[in-house]
Design a protein around this ligand. Sequence first.
Ligand code: NAD
Length: 502
Amino acid sequence: MSTTETAVTERDESLTSVNPATGETLATYRIDDEDAVRAAVAKARTAAATWGTLTYDERKKYLLRWTSKLVEKSDALCELIHAENGKPRDDAFLELMLALEHISWAAKNAEKVLKAKKVSPGALMANFSAHLEQRPLGVIGVIGPWNYPVYTPNGSIAYALAAGNTVVFKPSEFSTGIGNFFAAAFAEANPELPDGVFTTVNGYGATGAALVRAGVDKIAFTGSTATGKKIMAAAAETLTPVLLECGGKDAVIVAADADIKAAADAVAWGATANSGQTCAGVERVYVDRSIADEFVAEVKRILTEIKPGSDDKASYGPMTMPAQIDIVRRHIEDALKNGGKAVLGGPESVQGPYIAPVVIVDADESSDAVCEETFGPTVTIKTVNGVDEAIKLTNNNKYGLGSAVYSKKQGLEIARRLSVGCTSVNSVLGFAAIAALPFGGVGDSGIGRIHGAPGMLEFTRPHSIAVQRFTIPGMALLSYSRTDRTMKLLRKLVPFLHGRHK
Ligand code: NAD
């Protein structure tokens, strides 16, 4: 049971959404139990019969109307994101802007990615035409986290919808209001669509677990690796396919030829923006010895000015999930016990819901702050002797989500040697803002991809259709009427086709 799942007892009937900065109650939601989840999936299944048979152009129209509705309501949505998640209003707007880019890309590119293709039948099956067609899966269960409560689940929702599926979304218990706002905007933009194209179910982990068991055609999960493993185990019982977008421990490599100021600026922002609660945020840095002192001094200089808070001047907000605060404190203490030196902040930086930036240099590579996901506004920096050592240490981690490389001349070359799903060269997180690029990781960071064409294909199944256009006398390979003459011919043909490569 996850921490969130244990929070549910049979007596729990409602979920209270709380402002993480003030503790103020924002709203109360009824928890959807097993029956309610099954009813939502049944409604989505009925709606899929309509939505799944629309043309790509029709679905594009509905999805783009949704983007316009979200733009129209952006002030209210950003205010809600600020209140329920804690992030600054500007960051909320940037998150919404990226989600809009993805909805728009999915709507406009679904046909190109998914349209039926004719493929070559090959010489031995030349009397056939071969058709590769992508079909929607049906109903997708999306289970989301709270850190980017719009952008992150949208990576599954928009692409699943564009591919012709309906969606039942279980937002995080820490961002229930935002998730419901997002789905309501779709319904409001498209009143003529049947109820159930995109709806939510609300609750803690138990509601998510009920969605996994509810007969959906795929589960698209974003959240922690521990929960991802439970979901995969539960989904195995019904062979329900899963897409898992889990945690990360992203490294930045700063090579000897890096633009030091640009690298420091990116690391400072990538490590602390959104209070460090970013799956592909900067958690570790490997910097070349020749520039290490200058780089560390510059990161420290920038972060000394950066303050968390909830006012309009704050650079980032409170920790959204109270339980994470103890993990961040423990990682800082562990790093300091294991050879690390705090050049900015320390355990005292953890003050209530806010954590001020913490920079630790040369912590042992086995400490939790280097191995485990910290998910706070902290960063470890290690001095290395060249690119090979940096690559080795970057790859020596169970996670493999994102990464970044700062180098004027060898950025792409270094990027290609990293065991991760995504890399930004001379930027951090650039890959997450380019809709055509798939996003996801390897190892404990998950299975499958959101975004781009691979992210669209995740929500379809290939349907292969072979059409026999005419028969070739004596070449009935798939029949008992096959003759000895055919076999003699094949024995001559096969060495010609496949046996000439010496
Ligand atoms: P979490 O795993 O605690 O919860 C995620 C969701 O799963 C929530 O909606 C929760 O209610 C639900 N859930 C919990 N137990 C469940 C169960 N047994 N069955 C089904 N659903 C269950 O994660 P979180 O704290 O909300 O999010 C933070 C984590 O998400 C971090 O590890 C972060 O790296 C990761 N994340 C990954 C990506 C990515 O794209 N790879 C993006 C954002 C966040």
